[in-house]
Design a protein around this ligand. Structure first.
Ligand code: 4AD
Ligand code: MG
Length: 433
């Protein structure tokens, strides 16, 4: 397979004869000259058919070709700045592999529900192609960051007995004679166990929340990267997140110039957003800011999507909002030593209204306070014995965070709804395809 030609490598093949194995994205005729836009999964390229320069068979077959038909096309590559991708093929021979039936997705506007019903086909569209390549590059950059910075990968379970976040959004399934298993909302609690073995750890996997909300920021199955660090407080935790976000955004932009151009995403703007120090404001300050913008909010209430957008509009970097009221945050967060009504935690809000991308905190070490919070939240106490053990054997201050992959992809790509940031989105009203 090594010598096989792929469209992405066209610049290295200028003047050479190559074979493209791919699909017909579009076609048009201009008098005696015919044009095919081919795609092979690595890129898009125009093939030009000219009478006398290609076989007669190729000209005949051109007429039969429908959108998404699969073909094998051979010809010579040449530089053509006006063509898609900057190179085109002067076609010699054409072979048809399969003539596609009438393709439901046309090069025109379709409604979102129609496109989601046809997600298995929609994936082939140029924008969707670009988005999922950005996702791939982002995931690669995340794993690279973790490796380069000494984090050890710990694969945490998806079927769990203890509730990771909160009882309101659980998927449950029967589990033999063990009662109920919950699908993981986060791998965090298991990472907390692993820091005592490895110090700096991360996980990367699907997480599940039976979110009743139909917002543009919520999926029921999404991918999360959790990281956890021993001997780390809430401030250092924010420093790590800032360094992490700066690195992964830079790297993804570097890896995806063509994709971001297709998405009409201003890559320079994106990089400039992460270059400068991120804004950091307390929850108290965030509430004051919202009130000053005439947003209806009271101290003690959660900061939802609309409020996050208003906060982000006030800055041109991501913004940490830290130290939220304890009662609106998860049971495991460490209580503020002076203001016991607060938790030592932070949410990182992306610029331009893309919403919260990271939730993080310092973890409660005080076993009595932890147990009190577990009871207050009416979590099944018997399932947390192992978690409380971690506070009994060499307990240390520790902190961590979780990044939502789809929300980050949506921000980097500049797309309005996170359903396009995952190959097959799961939402309350969608399980297919
Ligand atoms: O803020 P969350 O709930 O934090 C946790 O789960 C912590 N245990 C993480 C940790 O400290 N290790 O979720 C983390 C991130 C959010 O900031 C958001 O980006 C994403 O996960 N997220 C969702 N993304 C899509 N759809 C949903 N329903 C999401 N819920 C959370
Ligand atoms: Mg959160």
């Amino acid at each position: 397979m090594k010598d096989r030609f792929y469209i992405r490598d066209a610049p290295e093949y200028a003047g050479e004869s190559v074979t493209v194995r791919g699909w017909v994205y579009n076609k048009r005729s201009h008098g005696k000259v015919k044009f095919l836009i081919l795609r092979d999964g690595t890129g898009f390229m125009q093939a030009v058919l000219v009478e006398g320069e290609c076989t007669d068979e190729a000209l005949d077959l051109f007429g039969d070709l429908t959108q998404e038909s699969s073909v094998i096309a051979s010809g010579t590559i040449r530089k053509e700045p006006r063509a898609i991708g900057g190179y085109e093929m002067s076609l010699d021979t054409l072979e048809v592999v399969h003539i596609a039936e009438d393709y439901p997705i046309q090069p025109k506007e379709h409604g979102p529900e129609f496109l989601l019903d046809n997600r298995h086909l929609w994936l082939r569209s140029r924008r969707q192609w670009a988005i999922l390549r950005v996702r791939d590059a982002l995931v690669f950059s995340i794993r690279e960051y973790m490796r380069e910075n000494g984090f050890v990968l710990i694969d945490t379970p998806i079927l769990t007995g203890s509730i990771g976040e909160e009882s309101g959004t659980l998927f449950k399934t029967e589990y033999f004679d063990q009662g109920v298993a919950y699908l993981a909302q986060t791998g965090q609690l298991y990472l907390e166990a692993a820091i005592f073995s490895h110090n700096k750890v991360f996980d990367f996997g699907p997480t599940f929340r039976a979110e009743k909300s139909k917002t543009r920021r919520h999926l029921t199955e999404f991918w999360m990267v959790d990281a956890e660090v021993a001997f780390c407080d809430n401030y250092e935790n924010m420093d790590i997140q800032e360094d992490f976000i700066r690195a992964i955004v830079r790297k993804t932009v570097e890896r995806c110039p063509e994709e971001l151009e297709i998405l009409e995403r201003d890559a320079e703007k994106l990089v400039s957003e992460v270059e400068r120090p991120f804004a950091r404001i307390t929850y108290d300050e965030a509430i004051e800011l919202l009130k000053s913008k005439d947003f209806k909010v009271e101290w003690g209430s959660d900061i939802g999507g609309a409020a996050e957008t208003i906060i982000s509009e006030n800055y041109d970097t991501p913004v940490f909002v830290y130290n939220y009221p304890k009662k609106i945050k998860a049971f495991y967060m460490k209580e503020h030593p002076e203001r016991t009504e607060l938790s030592l935690c932070s949410d990182l809000i992306a610029p331009e209204g893309y919403g919260e991308i990271i939730g993080g905190s310092q973890r409660e070490e005080d076993i009595d306070k932890l147990l009190a919070r577990i009871r207050e939240e009416k979590l099944p106490e018997e399932a947390y014995g192992w978690y409380l053990d971690l506070r009994k054997f060499g307990s240390v201050p520790h902190s961590g965070f979780g990044l939502g992959v789809e929300r980050t992809v949506a921000w980097v790509c500049g797309i309005g709804h996170i359903r396009e940031a995952i190959p097959f989105p799961r939402m309350i009203y969608r399980l297919n395809p």
